[in-house]
Design a protein around this ligand. Structure first.
Ligand SMILES: NCCCC[C@H](NC(=O)[C@@H](N)CCCCN)C(=O)O
Length: 562
């Protein structure tokens, strides 16, 4: 037998890097969709009447099935039993189905008051529920795919450029996040708020095709190893979970993971809205600032991964990352520091932290847990991480509504004033529009009014009683009716509607400004939650380093064996 036949395909750099790129493409689409609706939060509020708690419910639903139905644990078991190929393909398809349900829910017209009662959650808008169910299904697919891809990377890169490969895999995925944050709101403003989801389909479909190509490569790898002695994978056993959870080092990594990631991923869900509300960044470009975070990690995660591969110091890298996390959220929480350049700089530093910790944390797991239990180990870590990804966004939404009690109701007031104003002016001028045109006009006008008040007005907000709010609404209706009286209809219907839109926008803006209506979110309490998560992350990073010193896992040693 010649030397080339005996060599495993993983010895070929070209083959293993191709495998890395192929498996990462499905993560690209998933990470795009994960954040596709986040920058659209202000539009979901003005156009669909969602509150921050609704948005919190939606974003937290990503982890519902993973946490409550232990889907991640099942995925780990399925992965260990069925292997990378079948699990990876099924999870990619599941993501696609979840996205489809989400899209349908967002474009479907549910009556304004349609609600359902859910255990633990309480009353929830029907639309929010269906979107959330789609997102929850997508979450099952994404997480199952996450552990599958991780295992695939370990399979190809163990004893080689493992951290670099994992870093690059995360980079490709996070390009998806960067893309979503940067383009979703401009897409939604220029087309429709559901357009970012449509794009997700295309990207995920490409991911499915790439994964099918990976399957062929994986089959070739298997064939190349037929005659070589390789470590046999053991079947999944329940006692694997027991042996994993008895390991203290494993717990430190898992807790660090949930704390650290809860201070970053949920931040990204709210970051565009935060930039708009605190730093008065124009909505069309506000997503560019948070997109700097994943964008920075695209280069830095593989860089730090490469350093870890060659120089080691994994536990120390995690400590530095946690320290940066505290710095960033600490600065963002200071109320009078409201310059967007400072905010952008902090997001870049957060990107550095978000490159340091994952580049060292994920490759550290195989040093603590034997390879045959890795599928299960990553599944348990992801499950614990998902508890954070479920609770923290929900908590943030609830806290945001609780600390800004009048913002959502004031936005609803604007929406209903705009709607009534349209009815009046259209009737006054004998213009008829269908339900869809009306809905679209109300959504656009409400969004324009809210966005321009948040961006351009500098008044000190006043809290109004319910009766005072009713007066504000009546004032808007009166002003619009007066201004609309002098308006001359045009032959062209759409020109007339544009004129009506202009009148309603101007008059509503003036009344809101005059009455100092509060429609700007103060994110102070939410950002302090992130800072606290940073402090706890630091404590667990230190505990991990101490455990490594005691047990000699080698977290501070390089990955590449000379
Ligand atoms: N080799 C491990 C890669 C993990 C990458 C990690 N992803 C996760 O932690 C997922 N469980 C959560 C994905 C949620 C996407 N918003 C990462 O750093 O992305």
């Amino acid at each position: 037998m010649t030397e080339t036949i005996k060599r495993s395909l993983r010895e070929s750099p070209k083959a293993r890097w191709t495998a890395m790129v192929l498996v990462s493409l499905s993560a690209f689409g998933a990470y795009y969709f994960n954040y596709a609706l986040s920058p659209v939060k202000p539009m979901l509020e003005s156009a669909l009447g969602w509150t921050s708690s609704d948005f919190g419910t939606y974003t937290s639903s990503y982890a519902w099935f993973n946490v409550y139905f232990f889907m991640l644990i099942f995925s780990g078991i399925i992965l260990d039993k069925l292997g990378i190929r079948l699990t990876g393909l099924s999870s990619a398809l599941l993501m696609l189905i979840g996205t489809g349900i989400n899209y349908w829910a967002v474009v479907t017209d549910f009556p304004d008051a349609a609600q359902v009662a859910l255990p633990l959650i309480g009353e929830i808008k029907t639309q929010v529920l269906y979107s959330s169910l789609g997102f929850a299904l997508f979450g099952v697919g994404t997480e199952a795919s996450g552990i599958t891809l991780t295992k695939a990377i370990v399979r190809w890169f163990k004893g080689k450029e493992l951290a670099l490969a994992m870093g690059l895999q995360m980079s490709i995925a996070r390009m998806g996040t960067a893309l979503a944050l940067a383009v979703a709101l401009p897409l939604a403003i220029n087309f429709h708020y559901s357009s970012p989801i449509l794009w997700a389909f295309v990207l995920m479909f490409i991911g499915v095709i790439a994964f099918v190509m990976y399957i062929f490569l994986d089959l070739k790898l298997e064939k190349s190893e037929k005659e070589i002695e390789v470590d046999e994978e053991e079947p999944f056993r329940l006692r694997d979970i027991l042996s994993i959870i008895k390991n203290r080092g494993f717990w430190y990594i898992a807790i660090l993971c949930v704390l650290f990631y809860s201070a970053v991923f949920p931040f990204l869900y709210y970051a565009t809205d935060f930039m708009i509300n605190k730093y008065r960044v124009a909505p069309g470009v506000a997503g560019i600032i948070p997109s700097l975070l994943p964008f920075g990690t695209i280069f830095l995660t593989p860089l730090f991964g490469g350093i870890y591969d060659k120089k080691g110091k994994g536990a120390t890298i995690m400590i530095i990352g946690a320290l940066l996390l505290i710095l960033v959220h600490g600065v963002l929480a200071i109320p009078f520091l409201d310059n967007w350049i400072l905010a952008s700089a902090m997001v870049v530093v957060l990107g550095i932290a978000f490159s340091l910790v994952p580049s060292a944390m994920w490759p550290a797991v195989p040093k603590i847990i034997p390879e045959k239990r890795l599928g299960t180990a990553y599944a348990v870590i992801f499950w614990i991480q998902n508890i954070g990804l479920m609770l923290v966004p929900l908590l943030l939404g609830i806290v945001l509504d609780a600390t800004n009690p009048s913002v959502a109701t004031n936005k609803a007031l604007i929406r209903s004033s705009v709607e009534q104003s349209y009815s009046t002016l259209l009737a006054q001028n004998n213009i008829t529009v269908d339900a869809d045109e009306m809905k679209r006009a109300v959504e656009t006008t409400t969004t324009t009014v809210v966005d321009s008040v948040v961006k351009t007005s500098f008044y000190k907000e006043i809290e109004h009683s319910a009766a005072e709010k009713e007066d504000v609404k009546n004032e808007i209706l009166k002003q619009v009716a007066t201004a609309g009286g002098a308006f001359e209809t045009d032959e062209d219907k759409s020109t007339s509607i544009n004129k009506i839109q202009q009148i309603i926008t101007e008059q509503t803006y003036q009344v809101i400004e005059k009455n100092k209506l509060n429609i700007r979110y103060n994110y102070q309490a939410d950002i302090l939650i992130f800072a606290m998560l940073g402090v706890l992350s630091l404590i667990f990073a230190f505990l991990l380093k101490r455990e490594d010193r005691k047990k000699g896992y080698g977290l501070e040693l390089p990955n590449i064996k000379e």
